[in-house]
Design a protein around this ligand. Sequence first.
Ligand code: NAD
Length: 498
Amino acid sequence: MRTVTHWIGGKPVTGESTRTSPVWNPATGEQQAEVLLANRADVDTAVRSAAAAFASWSQSSLSQRTKILFNFRELVNARTQELAEIVSDEHGKVVSDARGEVQRGLEVIEYACGIPTLLKGDYSDQVSTGVDLFSFREPLGVCAGITPFNFPVMVPMWMHPVAIACGNTFVLKPSERDPSASELVARLWAEAGLPDGVFNVVHGDKESVDALLEHRDVAAVSFVGSTPIARYIHERGTAGGKRVQALGGAKNHAVVLPDAPIDYAADHMVGAAFGSAGERCMAISATVAVGGAADDLVAAVSEKARAVKVGPGREADSEMGPVVTAAAKERIVGLIGSGAEQGAELAVDGRGLTVPGHEDGFFVGPTVIDRVRPEMDVYREEVFGPVLSVVRADDVDAAIALINANPYGNGTAIFTSSGEAARRFQRGVNIGMIGINVPIPVPMAYYSFGGWKDSLFGDKHIHGPEGVSFYTRAKVVTSRWPHVEQATGASYHFPTAT
Ligand code: NAD
């Protein structure tokens, strides 16, 4: 059985802890590896390695950092297929989808390649007679990233390229469910010329996360995962004086108005609901069918849901793979059942789907649940599976009110041909990322990604300009170079410009 080890100080490390967790192949239901689960001592080794590397990395020139980032970009680009296959084998998503995740991670590296421009400061000449004022930003120290299973390449890449470009060192604690991609990423950083200790990986569960949160040498924590853990990370991390951004779960609604082309909207509904088996924080999990659009929309979506080709992620014609674990499957199946029991209508029921030759795989078929109401469990919970709930609303204002009553605020979308309705929607919803006839409005790397309400704790969104701001702190210098021996006499009033 292959064992996934930590990566500390530029090499694979087994560490002290002998606890392990199974890594499954979701398409077959078999265990394919085990991953080490770090204890406090292992985390301490990684943080010490990163702290030691900070001394020189933080002093490296922008040119040196940029060269390494460009090298890293080339290596990740060249190894996209390999990374995607590792992701597919452990997560379950289809390889073409996994390639898309690597591409979106690559875009963050490309953004970080522009670090000389991103770190330019401000300069004000002669703010007072003979006095200049300028500001620049410095790195924080050791930054930690704690990431979810659903994007094992992209989500860590929202963090480490930006943090490292800013002059920090990094300790990544990836999801224990699909840990192997981080091992290859660490090797690529090393191959790119990154000095040992600047990028480290510790695998683990709550014990390692708590050790990072309590470590005095960790300056900042970026977290992406479910809302209860995000809230916990934010509370614990900030209580320890750390800078924290903690992105949580989601319930993303897509509103379809009667003036939207039904077939176009339905295609986007199924793509956004069932792509990656619904295991995306920006998946559409609730369609809000407004007015007369509802019946036709449910019919169109149901037909397309039945046609989705479900199969192993590695098979070229699979459009949707399995979910990540048997426990995830059981939870999703339970929530579908609760919807039916609580009075919703199962337009398409994905429970009981079997894939020939993969009977033990963790497959759940695309599911469409009509006439869902806000008090039902399948609406209140983040299902995180291939389940699309349809909620009906009378008009766009009722749809906006429904979305705003939801505790999550990650993404939302509207499908309409009315600019007026779209504008009312974009201004009215309390949501961080909005799509207009775009179902998954993930911003490009040079904008920042983040939700509102229970979808993000902290005040900085991730990557883009807010990412650079998160991983740096400002210094402001007020500077005077008087003529030698120019006596001005002591002054006791508060300094003002003259
Ligand atoms: P999760 O919260 O279970 O795990 C995330 C990380 O936290 C993992 O590294 C895990 O090891 C660690 N962790 C788990 N339990 C912990 C505990 N009790 N104490 C300390 N650490 C703990 O999330 P997941 O199931 O891996 O990922 C799916 C979730 O992530 C969904 O809720 C999804 O919406 C969310 N997500 C959000 C975004 C976003 O941008 N907002 C992006 C991707 C995923």
